[in-house]
Design a binder for this molecule. Sequence first.
Ligand code: G6P
Length: 613
Amino acid sequence: MCGIVGYVGRKKASGVLIEGLKRLEYRGYDSSGICVQHGGSLVFRKRAGRISALEEALADAPEIAAGTFGIAHTRWATHGEPNEANAHPHFDDDGDIALVHNGIIENYATLKQFCLDKGHVFHSDTDTEVLAHLIGEFYHDGASSLEEAVQLALREVSGTYGIAVMCSGEPDKLVVARKGSPLIIGVGSDEYLVASDASAIIEHTVNVIYMNDNEMAVITPDSMRTVTIDNVPVTKEIQQIEWSLEQIAKGGFEHFMLKEIFEQPEVVRTSLGGRLDLRDMRVQLGGLGEIVRDLVKTHKIILTACGTAWHAGLVGEYLFEDLARIPTEVEYASEFRYRNPIVEEGTVVIALSQSGETADTLAALREAHDKGALTLGIVNVVGSTIARETDAGVYLHAGPEIGVASTKAFTCQLVVETLIALMLGRRRFMSQQSTERYLKALAEIPDKIERILAQADAIREMVADYVDHDNWLFLGRGYNYPIALEGALKLKEISYIHAEGLPAAEMKHGPIALISDGMPVVCIAPRNATYAKIVGNIEEVRARKGRIIAIATEGDEQIEKYADNVIYVPDCPVPLQPLLTVIPMQLIAYYAAVARGCNVDKPRNLAKSVTVE
Ligand code: G6P
């Protein structure tokens, strides 16, 4: 989720690179760096913070200003804090190979050990630096060119990458490659540009080459050659970008929120990457380290959070109790911090937060820490305060979330909780057979999310029929009760429609009085043990002339008898259902807000990160 820019041509590279970074800042903005060729050596600057900090650092670097050939990067941290040492580019031992990278090197620990054994010295906590050393190792031992060294190194890598590499020994050459992380090459007159997305290029040219997975390009000022990682030549077609700049920043979507909803298959894959080990059929969570032993023994977990993250906590309660058989409570952070909670010895307190900076969540965490709890963070922003203050944690790897209403971070919070619950369950009592069933099903979730997203147009048309109603209900049971709450919250946040989420059985203890002619009621009713019960609840709504939008399992035709509209989700084991049923909730809220003309990405009165009480 970081941004890459590269330039080979006759202009001053630094201007093009810095402008490109600014255009990519929405993809990552915690630190940045630039490197250009000058007089046979690689000259670079890196800074923590926004691109403006890097720009200031260039004021005293005339060599960088003079170069016509270079690479740059804006980072969204995945491994290691957002500081200067961890910013890209990274270098090999001799400082003669520079590399910028997007993606995650999943086997970096193994590769790092290989390089350490060969005597390499590391200067950062990143997975990327490993790749710079590995390329250097091959370059100085066996490879006949930079591109061959890159190929040899990439064959050892498992994970995802978009990279741009330069080398002081071959001063006119830029080598780029991709697998799983987007990379395009802009073809100008007398110049080439490289970028992780088109917004960094469009000012200079609309002619681009889209790199595919396992492809590499070798670029010089006068030529470009494309091959596969296995060195088979590939012919690439030049295509024209047809989008406007603003559209490009949003990946062609109308709003960041919609873009982030559609990114979910990709970010869930990234969040599972390297953690879900289908070969050995186990879960590996490096961020938990030695603490796993304490977690396995704990008698109580308390999950604390605010807003959408609190809903993820509620799903966590089901997961930890059901799959790991550990008594679990969920607390609003704002309540936990002030009610003098009892935290017994051995209690584990887990804070969930996209930003890692929410004031109440942080205060609850400090309260738990002072009372002697072991604290964990499930956080998106690497190096954020919560990530730093917890004893251990697991990052979401959801990439920057810009839309105020959280979507992809929520889904990744569920992914991480599921991974932790399965890891603990397996160590406590779960059979290998059950573990395998869940792990295989988890690996299929990204494709299943794609199947739900394919219904977006139909959902938009359906929602248009309901948006005039100012009061909605969302009903769910079991694992899907928190999803009903999340559905109602999403709708409130961005469309300003009043909505309430309920455990379906609670409806008849009061809220049923609200149901009137035509009131929209979203019923989350996938196949599970409470299916018949929720169908009963649907009948109760119908009897009072409410209109039903049902979320049901593919193939369930019976539900069409009771519901006015049905959105189907693929089947999966019950503990994984929230990962699928939340997607229609997000789409319903989004299309309702658009239909009502609301500012989806910046809803009134709301802030993305609430760092005050
Ligand atoms: C704000 C946002 C919500 C978010 C909550 C918690 O209220 O508008 O979307 O769920 O904060 O934020 P966090 O960064 O801790 O997940």
